[in-house]
Design a protein around this ligand. Structure first.
Ligand code: HEM
Length: 229
């Protein structure tokens, strides 16, 4: 049997914060890699993707780690959600004792919903691109003398459909709102806020979330209008 500490809400909140920061780490590297889409031609993005895939087993371990963090983050979030529902009085006591500006609002109260919407987006996104048509379907290009998957073509084709663009933009708005509250909540769970820093950290959370979600949000729009012109 696991020690009692592993089932405590404090432990679960710390776990959520750490896995949340881990997922943000992935998002930042994904954003930096995807920024190759802004460079002219298909070579920069295809070269980046080919280099990534050449990591072989290292990439596979990273993907398993990423999946593990996703699962832990979601399972722990749902456990905390049901626990707080079953102990409504406790929840009111905690809310009443919060210091600094009130962060209670539609988004903070519906983090599970925004999280599930993001999960739905990720499932669709991975199916569309990671598991989308590959070299056997004709998506082949040449990078530094070697044949590799033309993932740039797939991304451009995906974002030449206005429905996909609208879906990605909507998903990135939900992601931004989820991240804004998630950052601030994680800082709190890890005990990094005090009455004086609370407001500054809330603003910093908003800026960080806008930077990440905004960076992704702009890509489909940029490609859509680039393709159409
Ligand atoms: C418009 C923005 C985005 C673009 C252009 C994009 C592009 C891509 C591409 C091309 C792949 C396939 C990589 C490959 O198989 O070689 C991929 C995989 C993936 N993306 Fe994104 N992505 C975007 C946003 C996001 C966001 C916001 C998330 C998470 C919330 C995300 C999560 C993932 C995951 C989990 C994978 C699978 C990991 C893997 O391939 O190893 N992506 N993305």
């Amino acid at each position: 049997m696991l020690p009692k500490i592993f089932s405590s809400s404090v432990f679960k909140k710390i776990l959520m914060s750490l896995t949340g920061f881990g997922l943000v780490g992935f998002l930042i590297t994904h954003l930096i890699g995807n920024a190759n889409l802004y460079r002219s031609g298909s070579d920069p993005f295809n070269t980046y993707a080919a280099k990534l895939h050449s990591l072989g087993p290292i990439l596979e371990v990273a993907e398993i780690g990423l999946l593990g963090m996703f699962v832990l983050h979601i399972v722990t979030a749902l456990q905390l959600k049901f626990r707080s529902r079953n102990a409504r009085q406790d929840r009111y006591a905690v809310n009443a004792s919060k210091k600094g500006p009130s962060k209670s609002g539609f988004i903070s109260q519906n983090m599970a919903l925004s999280g599930l919407l993001i999960l739905a987006f990720v499932v669709l996104h991975v199916k569309q691109l990671h598991f989308g048509p590959g070299m056997d379907a004709g998506y082949v290009t040449n990078v530094t003398g070697e044949s590799t998957r033309d993932i740039h073509r797939l991304v451009v084709e995906t974002f030449s459909d206005p429905l996909n663009v609208a879906l990605y933009v909507a998903a990135m708005i939900v992601l931004g709102l989820h991240l804004r509250h998630g950052f601030w909540s994680a800082f709190q769970s890890l005990g990094l806020t005090c009455e004086r820093s609370s407001k500054a950290l809330y603003i910093a959370s908003g800026l960080l979330a806008a930077l990440i979600a905004g960076g992704f949000l702009f890509m489909p729009i940029w490609i859509y209008f680039g393709v159409q012109s």
